[in-house]
Design a protein around this ligand. Structure first.
Ligand code: NAP
Length: 500
């Protein structure tokens, strides 16, 4: 009986590197790795050894015959991936299958002096870079975060009802106690230490500062009380120190979420969850308490495109549609929605079997159980209300429609913030770079969302970090970046930062 990869797949390909028969694809060197929603086990080649399940950092891999009811669908999803694909045996096996002299793709001389490297940011991008540096080089690492708690988006971004995904944080935490790592929390670049000071005290600096700002809609009324960013809601339920315990008002019966990415799904799920199911998770106590008295009965997910182009990943939508007690309903206003679902193009096929309904948007949601409504082909035009949000005016197949709602949450993506002293491309919200090397600043590198923009889950950062660290090592071994005698420069910086 084969193994199957399921909902929480993080795509970091740890499983690929331990599979002895190369039956997990796409591998990082295959073209579709960059765009795949998840990785898949080929049931015909799997030898049932379980090495992948042991290595999986997010507990996403199980024997097919032990899949729970909600995960059974993944037996077919894994097998379907291989329906039109060459058998694995026809693919070249990765190097780790062959025992022989070690093959390193980085030429590091054995007498290479240890470099002092600072990594700014303790989220997944920073930690994959740290892991690569500590496991594959002799570098000494200073790991810095502006918050007093490490973890970045694993701690403050992943939803509390996704404990398996949060578990990847444990894999990262192992490195916090590594003898060649110094962890400095509560240190903010631009406030306690400058980019120039970090550069002067280290041989190289990698910025993994993510994309912490929220993109805006650019529509009238967006700044009214009751209109907020999904990043605020996410920070609120995860207990982020920057967001007040009272940042969210749950007295509204209907909440409109603009966007259909996985962040929108996370927020919709938490706002409609049974609070008892969230008790015992890492949810912030204030959020759990407020959810217990929440009046929210309907969450509307607004998509400007059709169901075939929805931004959520299939595993997240499947999980949402299987949740007991919270129906997922499709708004039938635009006939193109039903047509796409019937045709089953792209992600539209995921919505087959869901109820379709013409919703009266002028009235409050009907009494009864909480539910989530998906409305496609509908763009936000303006947030309505005088002193407080009253609703959202949106496009439809005919005249614009006003959806009566007490909260409008924009989940239209994150955006990087400039780091004082580093170049910044305002259009993309990223630091300009080539293969991770920051343009115009020798010895300075970027990784993660500040490098490539705010898309891709946790595991996408592994290959991203690998590229940045490879560039850094190439610069050091080629002499472009000099490794200087250490003396006391790092300790001197620590004393100065403490003073500030
Ligand atoms: P996202 O996936 O890029 O989704 C953004 C959504 O906003 C899209 O539906 C987009 O519509 C919509 N949008 C953008 N501008 C808009 C506008 N002006 N008006 C209306 N709609 C607009 O972003 P995200 O949800 O923030 O997620 C970021 C990344 O984190 C993604 O890669 C996601 O998969 C990942 N993530 C993963 C998980 C998980 O695995 N559980 C959880 C959270 C986040 P269009 O598609 O039409 O542009």
């Amino acid at each position: 009986m084969a193994f199957a990869i399921t909902q929480t797949c993080c795509n970091d390909a740890t499983c690929v590197s331990v599979c002895p028969v190369n039956c997990i694809h796409p591998t990082p060197d295959e073209p579709d790795f960059g765009t795949t929603e998840m990785l898949y086990v080929d049931p015909k080649s799997c030898i049932d050894c379980g090495a992948c399940a042991d290595a999986c950092p997010v507990d996403a891999i199980f024997p097919v015959d032990l899949l729970t009811d909600s995960l059974k669908v993944y037996a077919g999803i894994n097998a379907d991936f291989y329906a039109d694909r060459e058998p694995a045996a026809a693919n070249p096996a990765p190097n780790f299958h062959r025992w022989g002299p070690p093959a390193f793709d980085r030429d590091i001389p054995s007498d290479f002096a240890p470099a002092d490297i600072a990594v700014v940011g303790t989220g997944p991008a920073g930690m994959y870079a740290v892991e690569d540096l500590l496991l594959h080089t002799n570098a000494r690492v200073t790991l810095i975060d502006r918050l007093p708690v490490a973890g970045g988006l694993v701690r403050y971004g992943v939803a509390p009802d996704h404990p398996d995904t949060k578990r990847i944080g444990e894999a990262f935490e192992r490195f916090h106690n590594h003898p060649r790592l110094r962890l400095k929390l509560g240190v903010e670049v631009g406030r306690h230490v400058t980019v120039d000071e970090l550069a002067a005290r280290h041989d190289a600096v990698i910025y993994a500062v993510g994309a912490s700002a929220a993109r805006s809609l650019g529509v009238e009324g967006e700044d009214l009380p009751g209109s907020l960013a999904a990043t605020t809601v996410v920070a609120w339920y995860n207990g982020h120190p920057d967001v007040s315990a009272h940042a969210i008002d749950l007295s509204a019966e209907r909440v409109v979420l603009v966007g259909t990415g996985n962040v929108a799904l996370d927020v919709a799920r938490i706002l409609t969850a049974d609070p008892d199911d969230l008790a015992g998770t890492t949810i912030a106590p204030h959020a759990l308490e407020q959810l217990r008295s929440s009046k929210v009965r309907e969450v509307v997910l607004l998509a400007r495109r059709g169901p075939e182009d929805a931004a959520y990943t299939s595993p997240e939508l499947i999980a949402l549609s299987q949740r007991a007690g919270v129906p997922l309903v499709v708004d039938a206003d635009d006939p193109r929605t039903a047509e796409a679902i019937a045709a089953g193009t792209g992600k539209a096929a995921l919505l087959r079997g869901l109820a379709q309904e013409t919703v009266d948007w002028t009235a409050p949601p009907a009494d009864g159980t909480r539910r989530i409504v998906l409305r496609f082909h509908s763009a936000p035009l303006s947030v309505t209300g005088d002193r407080q949000v009253r609703g959202l005016r949106v496009s439809g197949p005919g005249e614009p429609v006003e959806i009566a709602a007490g909260q409008v949450v924009r989940a239209v993506g994150y955006r990087g913030r400039p780091v004082p002293g580093l170049p910044f491309d305002d259009a993309s919200g990223t630091v300009p770079h080539s293969a991770g090397r920051v343009e115009g600043r020798a010895g300075t590198y970027v990784v993660g969302w500040i490098k490539r923009g705010p898309s891709g889950g946790i595991g996408a950062n592994r290959t991203c970090a690998r590229e940045t660290v490879a560039t850094l090592l190439e610069d050091i071994t080629s002499g472009r970046v000099a490794v200087r005698p250490r003396r006391s420069r790092v300790a001197a910086l620590a004393a100065r930062v403490r003073g500030r």
